[in-house]
Design a protein around this ligand. Structure first.
Ligand code: ZN
Length: 143
């Protein structure tokens, strides 16, 4: 029942934005944070920017098309916090364990996400209305 080892950290907090370029200066110029990288994730139809804060990141997400889940999120709720990502080892075992313990999964198998990570989302109906992403970087660090 459950894992004894805790997730390693909050890998990032995902924030849905309409315009990535226009959103970044608040973090970099005004808050003094560092833009680490920008990337397009074809499979998710999003463009993302990772902004470093300590051990964690802010992940800004802009939809690339209407097929993107971020597009529907913006339509329904407007800009704002979209998900919280937890850095884990053993993502496969964790997904199995969570499922066995009655947590609904959006992705039963990990898929390729931004920053070469293996990612999977848990269903917010099972987690107090919060969309959680599990994410595992092969280098063990995450950017
Ligand atoms: Zn994410």
């Amino acid at each position: 029942m459950g894992f004894e080892e805790t997730p390693k950290k909050i890998a990032h907090i995902g924030i849905a934005v309409r315009d990535l370029e226009a959103s970044i200066p608040f973090y970099t110029d005004l808050l003094g944070m560092t833009l680490e990288k920008m990337e397009e994730v074809e499979s998710e139809q999003v463009k993302v920017a990772f902004i470093k804060i300590g051990e964690s990141r802010i992940e800004l997400l802009e939809p690339l098309s209407e097929k993107s889940a971020i597009h529907s999120f913006l339509e329904k709720k407007g800009e704002g916090i979209h998900h919280i990502a937890l850095e884990v080892d053993n993502i496969d075992e964790r997904l199995n364990d969570l499922q066995e313990n009655g947590i609904r999964l959006i992705n039963e198998q990990p898929k390729q996400g931004a920053d070469n990570a293996q990612i999977a989302f848990l269903h917010p109906k099972s987690t107090n209305g919060v969309l959680f992403e599990l994410c595992q970087h092969s280098n063990g660090k995450g950017i």
